[in-house]
Design a protein around this ligand. Structure first.
Ligand code: FAD
Length: 468
C-alpha cells in the first residue's frame, strides 16, 4: 500500500507530493486531466505574492509581514483566519529557495497595468513552466503520477481516510492529501449557488471559466456529504471581467481586459453601474467579474477613446473600433441614444486635473452617480474602442476548514490522515476578495504543510509498527 496518496495535479498537489517524498514516504499522485492538460489552474499562473524585508533577487524594496497582512485584511474585509494567514505570509518569505531546488525559476515583473514588481515574484515561463518543473522533479524522486485518473469518490471512516476510487479501481493509502481545486468548472453547482436573479435569469449560465475544466468539486461535494467542517460560501469566488469572446475554459490571463479604469463601463442598457476609477487596477480587477455578473444578461462594455491607448496591456482580441460613438454603439449592439446620453453626461461631469494613471489622481466626476473618482477624462477623441465583457470565474472559495497542520476537520476534530491544500481550503485565508498572487501563496504553503504532515503521520506509524 502506498504511504501518501495525493489527489490533484496542480501546484498544491505537487508541493504536497514533493514534500512527502522528500520526507521519505512513497507517493502516488492522481491527476484527473490527461498529461497535456496537467497542472490545473496553476498552469495559468504568473506569480506568487511574497513577503520580504529587503530587496531579494527579483523583488524590489521591501514588503513586510504587516503590510502583506493589512492588504489581505483589506481585500477580505476581515473574512480571514489571522493565524493561518500569517502562516502563509511568513512562509512566502522562505519558500522560493525550495521552489528553485525543484526547478522553478523567477523573473522580475513586466510593466503593465498589473505592476507588481515589489510584491510578487514572477515565474519564468509562467505557471506552465512551474508545474512542468515540479512534475520533472517528482519523476526524478520516484513519485508515481497517473493521468486521466479522476477520483470519483473516497472512503472515509470515523474521520480517517481509507481509499480512493478511480473508475473500477480502489486505491488504499495510509494518508491522503486532497488538492483537487474548487468547483468553478461545475456549471450545475454554480447555477445552484447563484440561482435566479431579479431579471429572471440564471447568471451562472453566462460565466466563463478562466482555467481548467477539471475542477468540478467532486470531492468537495462528497466531503460536505460526510459532514466535514466547511469554510466560506458557494457564492464567493475570484471573478474577473474578461473578453466576452474568450473560450469557455482555459482562456487564461490573456483574455483579461485591462482598460476599465481608463474609460467607462456600461451594461447592455448603456448605463454605467460602478466607479471605474475607484482604485488601482491590480486591486480592483478581481471585483469587476462580480459586478458584471450582477448586470442584466451578465454583460458589460468597456469603452475608451484614443487618448488612453498605450497606457494598459493591450487585450489579446482587438476591440471594436469606430470613428464615432454612434458607430461604436452599432458595433457593440447598444442603443445609440442611450450610449450617447451616458457618455455626454459623463463627459460633462468630468473635472480634469492632472491626469496620472500611476497615482490615484485628481481627475474625477462631479454630480454623477455612480461617480468616477480617479482618471476621469472625457471620452471625446476618436477613434473609439469597445470591449464586451463577461464574468470570468478564476476559482471558488467554498472549501474545507483546516488548521496549521492542513488537517480536514469533522465536527471540530482534525483527521489524523486526511489533509487538504490549495483552492480546496483557500477560503480559510481568503473568505472574499483577492490580492494578486495569494492563490499560489496559499497553495504552496498548505501544499507543503499537507505533504510534510501526511508523511510524518505515516512514517511515525511505520516506526511504531517496527518497534511493536
Ligand atoms: C487564469 C488564471 C490565472 C491565475 N493567476 C494567478 C497568479 O498569477 N498567481 C496566483 O497566486 N494565483 C493565480 N491564479 C489562481 C491559482 O491558479 C490558484 O489559486 C492555484 O493554482 C490553486 O492551486 P491548486 O493546486 O489548489 O488547484 P489547481 O492548480 O487548479 O489544481 C487542481 C488539480 O486537481 C485536479 N482534479 C480536480 N478534480 C479531481 C479529481 N476528482 N480527481 C483527480 N484530480 C482532480 C485538476 O485536474 C488539477 O490538476 C490564477 C488562476 C487562473 C485560472
Amino acid at each position: 500500500m502506498v504511504d501518501v496518496l495525493v489527489i490533484g495535479g496542480g501546484n498544491a498537489a505537487l508541493c504536497a507530493a514533493l514534500m512527502a517524498r522528500e520526507a521519505g514516504a512513497s507517493v502516488l499522485m492522481l491527476e484527473a486531466a490527461p498529461k497535456a492538460w496537467r497542472g490545473g489552474n496553476s498552469s495559468h499562473t504568473r506569480n506568487i505574492r511574497s513577503m520580504h524585508d529587503e530587496p531579494q533577487d527579483v523583488l524590489i524594496e521591501s514588503y513586510g509581514e504587516d503590510e502583506y497582512w493589512q492588504d489581505l485584511l483589506k481585500v477580505t474585509g476581515g473574512l480571514t483566519d489571522e493565524k493561518l494567514a500569517r502562516l502563509v505570509i511568513r512562509s512566502t518569505s522562505n519558500c522560493r529557495g525550495w521552489m528553485k531546488k525543484h526547478g522553478v525559476r523567477f523573473q522580475p515583473s513586466l510593466s503593465g497595468t498589473l505592476n507588481l514588481s515589489r510584491t510578487n515574484a514572477f515565474f519564468m515561463g509562467g505557471g506552465k513552466a512551474l508545474v512542468n518543473a515540479y512534475f520533472r522533479s517528482a519523476e526524478k524522486l520516484g513519485i508515481e503520477v497517473r493521468y486521466d485518473a479522476l477520483v470519483s469518490s473516497i472512503e472515509v471512516e470515523n474521520g480517517r481516510f481509507i481509499a480512493a476510487h478511480v473508475g473500477d479501481l480502489r486505491i488504499e493509502a495510509k494518508a491522503c492529501v486532497m488538492a483537487s481545486g474548487g468547483f468553478e468548472s461545475n456549471r450545475e453547482w454554480l447555477k445552484e449557488a447563484w440561482g435566479v436573479n431579479k431579471f429572471g435569469e440564471m447568471p451562472a449560465d453566462n460565466f466563463l471559466i478562466r482555467g481548467t475544466r477539471y475542477n468540478t468539486g467532486i470531492l468537495l461535494k462528497q466531503m460536505i456529504g460526510f459532514g466535514a467542517d466547511l469554510i466560506s460560501d458557494p457564492l464567493q469566488a475570484h471573478m474577473v471581467a474578461i473578453d466576452a469572446r474568450s473560450p469557455l475554459y482555459d482562456g487564461g490571463i490573456c483574455t483579461r481586459v485591462d482598460c476599465v479604469s481608463f474609460g467607462i463601463v456600461v451594461n447592455k442598457n448603456a448605463q454605467r453601474f460602478s466607479d471605474e476609477g475607484e482604485d488601482f487596477w491590480p486591486k480592483r480587477y478581481a471585483f469587476w467579474g462580480r459586478l458584471v455578473a450582477h448586470q442584466p444578461s451578465q454583460i458589460g462594455f468597456s469603452i475608451i477613446d484614443s487618448k488612453v491607448l498605450g497606457r494598459f496591456m493591450p487585450p489579446v482580441f482587438p476591440g471594436e473600433k469606430a470613428d464615432s460613438l454612434e458607430e461604436l454603439a452599432d458595433k457593440l449592439g447598444l442603443n445609440k441614444n442611450a450610449l450617447l446620453q451616458t457618455i455626454q453626461e459623463f463627459n460633462l461631469a468630468c473635472r480634469v486635473g492632472r491626469f496620472d494613471h500611476t497615482v490615484l489622481d485628481d481627475c474625477h466626476t462631479q454630480g454623477l452617480s455612480p461617480a468616477k473618482t480617479h482618471w476621469a477624462l472625457p471620452i471625446d477623441k476618436g477613434p473609439f474602442y469597445g470591449y464586451a465583457l463577461r464574468p470570468g470565474v478564476t476559482f471558488t472559495y467554498l472549501g474545507l476548514k483546516t488548521n496549521e497542520n492542513a488537517s480536514v476537520h469533522f465536527n471540530g476534530v482534525p483527521s489524523d490522515n486526511l489533509f487538504v491544500a490549495g483552492e480546496m481550503m483557500a477560503g480559510n485565508v481568503l473568505g472574499k476578495g483577492y490580492a494578486a498572487g495569494i492563490g499560489m501563496a496559499i497553495g504552496t504553503t498548505f501544499g507543503r504543510i499537507a505533504g510534510a504532515k501526511a508523511a510524518e503521520f505515516v512514517l511515525s506509524k511505520n516506526k511504531k509498527a517496527q518497534y511493536a
